[in-house]
Design a protein. Structure first.
Length: 308
């Protein structure tokens, strides 16, 4: 990490004078000054709405003893607010053209560390060790690039990082899938993965006019509060999630048919009996099963030595 560009200093961000970076006029000025052009392929839609930033910051639960990890700072609209709210900020940005801009606009803040990196290729445990050793807790706070939302959120969850909460702007439809309860079309393996580790809450709906350029989808801010322990206890998480994926393989098929496709058609009768035995009607669809029912199903399949 030591060879990565960064700002020095850790604590005590001083507020800058003049308009906030998110003020539409200031954003335009920064973009013009540096001759910046947006890259759609990197999901670059910058926030220009201070009220939305207020809601994100309020949901993030920060204070001067806490750390904030931002993914994709852009030109720093959210970074600036994090610098004012947290003790230490680390901002990982993939686009090298934004690094000198961030160094310029973040110069009033001694507690911001700008790192040129692709979050998906970054050893986040190193980030924690290098920057967050002394903080009392860390929130991940970001306006995520939409083309990689799910891999980023899954990385944060599966790597079991010491995160208190994740407050992220995502495509509205993705926020709805993360927070969905069993029984609807939004409920699927993403809902189960998120809810296994976290409690989701929708914080705000965000219209496309809150960004430049305006994206062609609606957005939402969601808060994922990390649970002290996973929502259900499973002996082998990889296996549990394989069962979940198998159950949702073809949404219109029954749970018995989806599972038979994995464990072998010759075991369909055995599978049907097993489902009935654990109180799950074989003709149900995966989208109706709660986390507890998936955990029960996983345990029964493991006991019967069925493939998942
Ligand atoms: N935080 C800024 C804001 O709210 O105005 C910018 C948000 S913009 C939606 C997403 C940002 O993520 C862009 O700056 C983009 O360059 C950056 N980005 C895209 N892919 C990334 C990746 N894999 N790792 C780190 N940053 C990434």
């Amino acid at each position: 990490m030591s060879n990565m560009p960064q700002h020095n200093g850790k604590n005590g961000g001083a507020p800058a004078g003049g308009p906030a970076i998110a003020a539409a006029g200031r954003t335009k000025e920064i973009i013009r000054k540096h001759g910046f052009t947006f890259k759609k392929s990197l999901g670059q839609n910058f926030l220009i709405d201070g009220n939305i930033l207020d809601k994100i910051i309020a949901a993030a639960g920060l204070d001067g003893t806490k750390g904030a990890l931002e993914i994709g700072p852009g030109i720093g609209a959210l970074t600036e607010r994090l610098a004012q709210a947290a003790g230490t900020v680390v901002a990982l940005e993939i686009d090298n053209r934004l690094i000198p801009i961030l160094e310029d606009v973040m110069s009033p803040y001694g507690n911001v560390n700008v790192v040129h990196a692709d979050v998906l290729k970054t050893d986040l445990r190193r980030v924690w060790a290098d920057y967050f050793a002394d903080v009392s807790g860390v929130s991940v706070v970001a306006n995520l690039p939409y083309y990689v939302t799910t891999p980023i959120v899954m990385k944060l969850l599966e790597e079991k990082l010491p995160v208190d909460r994740i407050v992220v702007m995502v495509q509205k439809e993705v926020a709805e899938r993360m927070a969905a309860k069993p029984g609807g079309k939004d409920y699927g393996s993403l809902s189960i993965a998120v809810q296994y580790y976290c409690e989701p809450e929708l914080v705000a709906s965000v219209p496309s006019g809150a960004f430049v350029p305006a994206p062609n989808v609606d957005s939402a801010v969601i808060r994922l509060t990390k649970r002290a322990a996973p929502a259900v206890s499973v002996p082998d998480e990889d296996r549990f999630f394989r069962v979940v994926h198998a159950a949702f393989a073809q949404r219109r098929k029954t749970i018995a048919n989806n599972l038979a496709a994995i464990s072998g058609k010759e075991r369909k009768a055995e599978l049907t009996a097993l489902l009935a035995e654990i109180g799950i009607a074989p003709e149900r669809r995966a989208e109706t099963l709660s986390l507890e029912e998936f955990a029960r199903l996983d345990a029964a399949l493991a006991a019967a030595e069925m493939k998942a």
